[in-house]
Design a protein. Structure first.
Length: 80
């Protein structure tokens, strides 16, 4: 299965890109996909993240479908 990770804020800055395509097994979770990615990119290892699929937040144990886009959000805060 192929999924696309879309990263935001500090993740995009550190990685130099907003989208990453990943291949994973059919029963893989978004958390496992992210951990495998972080193992290859330790510069983002300390960034805590949340995941969303189809505009809804999902837990790390969510199993994406082939072709899904997984949004990966670091903590953010707004200003006034």
């Amino acid at each position: 299965m192929t999924v696309r990770l879309r990263v935001f804020a500090i993740l995009r800055e550190r990685l130099g890109t907003a989208e990453i395509e990943r291949t994973a097994g059919a029963r893989t979770t978004v958390g496992a996909i992210w951990r495998a990615f972080v193992a290859e990119h330790p510069e983002v290892a300390r960034v805590r993240v949340r995941f969303a699929v189809k505009e809804a937040y999902v837990d790390a144990d969510y199993r994406p479908k082939d072709g899904d886009e997984v949004a990966v959000f670091p903590p953010v805060s707004g200003g006034a």
